[in-house]
Write a protein that binds this ligand. Sequence first.
Ligand SMILES: [Zn+2]
Length: 335
Amino acid sequence: MSKCAPQEALRNLDRAFAHFFRRLKNGDPRGFPKFKSRKYGIGSFRLTGTIRVFPNTIQLPRLGRLRLKEQGYLPAESDQVHILSATLSEKAGRWFVSLLVQETLVVPDNRGPVVGVDVGLHRLAVVSDGTLYENPQALLRFERKLKRMQRSLARKRRGSRNRRRMVRRLQRLHWRITNIRRDALHQVTSMLARTKAVIVVEDLNVEGMKQHPHLAKAVTNAGFFEFRRQLVYKTAWYGSQLVVAPRFYPSSKRCSQCGYIKENLALSVRVFGCERCGVRLDRDVNASYNLVAVAVSCTETLNAWRETGGDSPSVGQCPSMMQELNTIQGDVLDG
Ligand SMILES: [Zn+2]
């Protein structure tokens, strides 16, 4: 066994405590490190040292040369790319390697439009330029199959070979569902960060929504938090800017044409009808227009963006809106 495995695990623990204490100092008592067990652990370990990437193999300390099933996506060591560590993980009986690399990125000059993106349950995302992204509804699609397999697993005798086989099958199905969802998210966030210069999203209270008895499953399935997390780092890669509307900005209840704010708007109402100016719009499209309005009202952000000609920071600096996002970005960078 490599000495790195326990070493790096302790390093992770140290980092977890550092984050926890930093938070505590800011009066936020969340985030005490979670205990892991061998059974339900993270299922991964990290190696440092000499790591070499060849066309279809990878050389790792202690483990030697391992054949790669998928080829052509691992970065090889060069003048621009420096490999720092390799993390090996297991998922549903398969092993994966991911590399941490240090590389100088040339951030492109992004001269795309300003868009608002409404992240929803019915559709994955609605962009104010009219593009709709459907939610693949992976969980919903496989729900019955999952149920059947879970029932079947419960009937298998403990410790039996049949049970182990069923566990594996169930793991694979869960994994497939995750992959479908993850793929859809990556497609949308990459497209947005590459082609749009300013992206405005609303600040959703994800944890709060998960408490809601009717929304919990759908929210977990839609991956709101992951959507924003990906946008934070992808906008930095592709030279675009992410602006987050304030938590209580009424993006759904406001009329994007005249600014009239409705008192109540049930979630089931899919069409926004304005009582003052009579406009009728799709609910999510209306919300995405409202989000564009946030960017426009936040002139400081836009001016900074114009002056630097796309070379501005990835996260908008409009002071009234950015406090919370800054802490989120801090976490991403620290981690
Ligand atoms: Zn109106």
